[in-house]
Design a protein around this ligand. Structure first.
Ligand code: ZN
Ligand code: ZN
Length: 264
């Protein structure tokens, strides 16, 4: 009895063509430096964290990534058809090196005025290296050489920010002092656009809101109190410095989360 004829095996070229085709399907979209969160609000992937660009006639930059992030911000601006000279305001959420590291290099290229919370302006302006953010003494010691190596050096602070201060960005930006992660951490509330930017005041992992990382947070009790304070605000969209945004219904999520945090 003769065997049924086998289907001819694909040639190597055919198999390669199929692999290529599958790869093309899976390949991510071309890399963009800036991702639109809402019209006028863009998230920029910098080294170490995410910065935000607010595109009004005058541009506002929130945070600057780690040392070496300047080119990424400039590239994002170029992709958005704007020039570095349009950045007129820079606001720093807190003094950690993954947020303030790119500040001196960006200040060389843009004419912006920089705002930092009053408790942190002295660190940002100083030549003394930034305080070590690690809370565990052993980790702090191990990481000290790396931190020294990546320290941005002194930057210029033009405006000292305080709770309740307002800037014109995105129809009105209000500074909300939200201490805990660091003593001078601020969140930025845009009541007219329903947006809250929290920097590192919260984490958002696996679809769940969490307290800021214990590794780098100066006072967990204060961090919880700040989340309860932020839960009293109205907003639709919540943006973080290390996680993807929650686009809708975010204030309800924060209120639910805040209810789970006990008074400490
Ligand atoms: Zn931080
Ligand atoms: Zn951070």
């Amino acid at each position: 009895m003769s065997r049924p004829a086998r289907a001819p095996r694909p040639t190597l070229q055919e198999r390669w063509a199929e692999v290529q085709e599958r790869w093309e399907e899976k390949k991510p979209a071309p890399f963009r430096s800036a991702i639109e969160v809402l019209p006028g609000l863009y998230q920029v992937r910098t080294r170490g964290s995410k910065a935000y660009l607010i595109l009004d006639d005058e541009i506002t930059l929130i945070d600057t990534g780690s040392v070496g992030s300047g080119v990424r911000v400039l590239k994002a601006l170029e992709e958005l058809g704007r020039s570095p000279g349009d950045i007129k305001h820079i606001v720093i959420s807190h003094y950690h090196m993954d947020h303030v590291g790119g500040l001196p290099e960006i200040q060389e290229y843009v004419p912006a005025r920089t705002g930092v919370h009053l408790m942190e302006a002295p660190h940002v302006e100083s030549d003394v290296p930034l305080p070590n953010p690690f809370q565990h003494p052993l980790l702090a010691k191990i990481c000290e050489p790396y931190l020294r190596w990546n320290d941005p050096g002194a930057a210029k602070v033009d405006v000292v920010l305080n709770d309740g201060d307002e800037l014109p960005a995105l129809g009105g930006m209000r500074i909300v002092h939200a201490p805990g992660h660091t003593a001078g951490s601020i969140s930025l509330h845009f009541p007219n656009r329903g947006v809250l930017l929290v920097g590192d005041a919260m984490q958002y992992k696996f679809g769940r809101l969490m307290l800021p990382s214990r590794l780098f947070t100066e006072d967990m009790g204060e961090a919880a109190a700040s989340i309860r304070k932020l839960a009293a605000l109205d907003f639709e969209t919540l943006c973080f410095s290390h996680f993807r945004p929650i686009l809708t219904g975010a204030d309800e999520k924060v209120r639910d989360f805040a209810r789970t945090l006990k008074d400490r």
